[in-house]
Design a protein around this ligand. Structure first.
Ligand code: SF4
Ligand code: SF4
Length: 376
């Protein structure tokens, strides 16, 4: 019996050989034999193995089936080390909201179609796993329809980050997206106080429509002074709705939050809520390194940075090539940080941007220290 890779199963050569299931975001490390077998399975001729247990497992995981499907398979070649696995792609910094905690500079920039195509092609060649399409509000890009059509050609997971205001059933039916992440910053009163009146109802309506469409849905929540009493109820709401993943974080102080002190919270206050949220699955990463080891951002002005928080300290422009930009981001070893607690491998020094804001480049993230009940 011959076996074939399913269309969502893609082989990637990162630090080691892997199989990535784009649909459910699972990453499987492979040994040489299974990698070669799965390469055979990606061809028209199919692969043969007498390891029934392995075959059974792959079928159960949606990796293999008995029928060949003609799909464009990306070139498998060794990625740079460390590998660039996740790309934040800010296609525009325009937005239809002006949230009180936003750190984005709304300068009316947007990436052109050719620029986006070039970046995505390079990312795929570099064996990338997941693109997060962000803004501003990405649905405000003047050519979003064309971008969406282009996305279908690429073999990585596509996640759309949105405030939910422009989501509707017609759009959902056409989206070439695996996951939509909608921002919900509290129950109605708290959410509307930071994002604008009426935005909660619209975001929840979009959340429901998106769930009905069958696309994976996740929610992102920022902790602020007005939503501190909402977390238990939000947790019940999101679990009942079947939300796959709920990310809870502290908003960045460098943006509009500075002008809105009523919404700011201290590390001790905020850290109490960092235990909320749940995750569908996190890919394992190399031990001993701080956050962002496999992440880079491309901003709407064409400049690349370590992540979107570092957009004011770019490492290069996409005209120089994604790989050239990536090679300039130096991994941060945990051993070089001032961190000295027992949680370092779980916390990984917290958010380096937040840590740097407290004064020292190699310092500690005060919110994470408070969370892990450490003094700084
Ligand atoms: S936080 Fe998001 S939705 Fe709100 S203004 Fe900023 S980019 Fe727009
Ligand atoms: S809890 Fe604080 S000291 Fe410990 S790793 Fe995290 S940021 Fe560093």
């Amino acid at each position: 019996m011959k076996y074939f890779l399913t269309p969502n199963a893609v082989l990637k050569h990162l630090e080691k050989p892997y199989l990535y299931n784009i649909k459910n975001d699972e990453l499987y490390e492979l040994n040489k034999t299974s990698f070669q077998f799965l390469i055979d399975c990606s061809t028209k001729n199919g692969g043969y193995s007498n390891d029934n247990k392995f075959i059974e497992y792959c079928i159960k995981e949606g990796i293999l089936n008995k029928k060949y499907t003609a799909v464009k398979r990306p070139i498998i070649k060794k990625s740079p080390i460390p590998s660039l696995r996740y790309l934040e792609l800010q296609i525009t910094n325009r937005c239809n909201l002006r949230c009180r905690h936003c750190f984005i500079k709304h300068q009316n920039d947007e990436l052109g179609l050719e620029q986006i195509k070039k970046v995505l092609t390079e990312f795929e060649k570099m064996q990338g796993l997941r693109v997060m399409i962000t803004g501003g509000e990405p649905l405000m890009h003047s050519k979003f329809k064309e971008i969406n059509e282009m996305l279908a050609d690429f073999s990585f997971r596509r996640v759309l980050f949105t405030n939910g205001l422009l989501i509707n059933k017609k759009l959902l039916n056409k989206l070439n997206i695996h996951e939509i992440q909608i921002s919900i910053d509290g129950l109605e009163k708290a959410h509307d106080s930071i994002r604008g009146r009426g935005t909660f109802k619209k975001a929840i309506r979009s959340l429901k429509q998106a769930i009905d469409s069958g696309i994976d849905i996740s929610v992102a929540t920022m902790i602020h002074r007005k939503n501190l009493n909402d977390f238990d109820k939000m947790q019940k709401l999101f679990t009942r709705m079947g939300i796959k993943e709920w990310t809870v974080d502290i908003p960045c102080i460098t943006g509009r939050l500075k002008e809105n002190p009523d919404f700011q919270i201290t590390p001790v206050e905020g850290s109490k809520f960092l235990s909320y949220g749940y995750s569908g699955g996190i890919h394992s990463s190399s031990k001993g390194y701080a956050c962002g080891l496999h992440l880079m951002a491309v901003n709407a002005n064409g400049y690349a940075s370590k992540c979107s928080f570092y957009s004011d300290s770019p490492v290069g422009h996409i005209n120089e090539g994604l790989q050239a930009c990536w090679s300039r981001i130096k991994p941060i070893k945990l051993s070089t940080l001032k961190c000295d607690c027992d949680f370092i491998e779980i916390c990984r020094g917290g958010c380096r941007f937040r840590a740097e804001l407290s004064g020292e480049k190699s310092g500690k993230d005060p919110y994470k220290c408070a969370y892990f009940k450490k003094s700084i």
